[in-house]
Write a protein that binds this ligand. Structure first.
Ligand SMILES: Cc1cc2nc3c(=O)[nH]c(=O)nc-3n(C[C@H](O)[C@H](O)[C@H](O)COP(=O)(O)O)c2cc1C
Length: 202
């Protein structure tokens, strides 16, 4: 779909008809979404497609009540994690990007980036992870919209509880939950602040 049409037709939808979106369909959406840019091309994201009835019910218990209702009617729910083990992520990148990266660049990445990440404060790490996972999340909802699905992005959940009920590996941090599915509700265009009010030309 043409970008402006795709972007202007994406609206928050909170009620789905319960029809399932297959794991393969969600994986195709994730493949499109992960073309998102990221700092140092670090791609510090990981996804859980919460598919089993047992895990879906467990996830509900960690979400704010209204958000749990959205998730329960959704055709698929994706939890977007960030990867807090950035030095390990660099090693993954270099392995997977072996055919793309020139040798000197590989060495540079392996030496410089882990050193930089190790000096990050907790705040710097959280900012870095949140910025990058935000970009891929926006791509997920646009790619899902392009596939004919309605979506919502959810921050209203208990991160520690999500970690516990989904038995998430320690290095990953749940950042956002994305619900998607079919619905007769097309959502509606919500207001936006005028660009003139939020932009300074310096
Ligand atoms: C980071 C983020 C967190 C959000 N958290 C929630 C949430 O917890 N529950 C909810 O119903 N909607 C949530 N939303 C959806 C917003 O309310 C919605 O995107 C906003 O009102 C603009 O509407 P639109 O998506 O239709 O353009 C969230 C959106 C973003 C980007």
């Amino acid at each position: 779909m043409e970008f402006s049409k795709l972007n202007s037709s994406r609206h928050k939808v909170t009620q789905f008809d319960g029809r399932k979106v297959s794991v393969d369909e969600v994986k195709a959406i994730l493949a499109a979404a992960t073309l998102a840019p990221s700092a140092h091309n670090i791609q510090p994201w990981h996804f859980a497609i919460v598919d089993s009835a047992e895990k879906r019910a467990a996830l509900s218990t960690a979400m704010h009540a209204k958000n749990a209702v959205q998730h329960e009617s959704a055709g698929a729910t994706v939890v977007v994690y960030s990867d807090t083990d950035l030095p390990e992520r660099v090693r993954d990148m270099v392995k997977i990007g072996a055919d793309f990266l020139p040798l000197d660049h590989k060495e540079d990445l392996l030496i410089k980036l882990p050193g930089m990440f190790e000096k990050f404060s907790e705040q710097q790490l959280s900012d870095y992870l949140a910025l990058n996972t935000g970009l891929v999340s926006q791509n997920i909802v646009l790619a899902a919209n392009d596939a004919g699905l309605k979506t919502n992005i959810i921050l209203g959940f208990d991160k520690a509880k999500v970690k516990e009920v989904l038995a998430i590996e320690n290095r990953f941090r749940p950042e956002l939950i994305i619900t998607m599915g079919y619905s007769d509700d097309a959502g509606h265009a919500s207001y936006r602040l005028p660009v003139a009010d939020i932009t300074d030309v310096l």
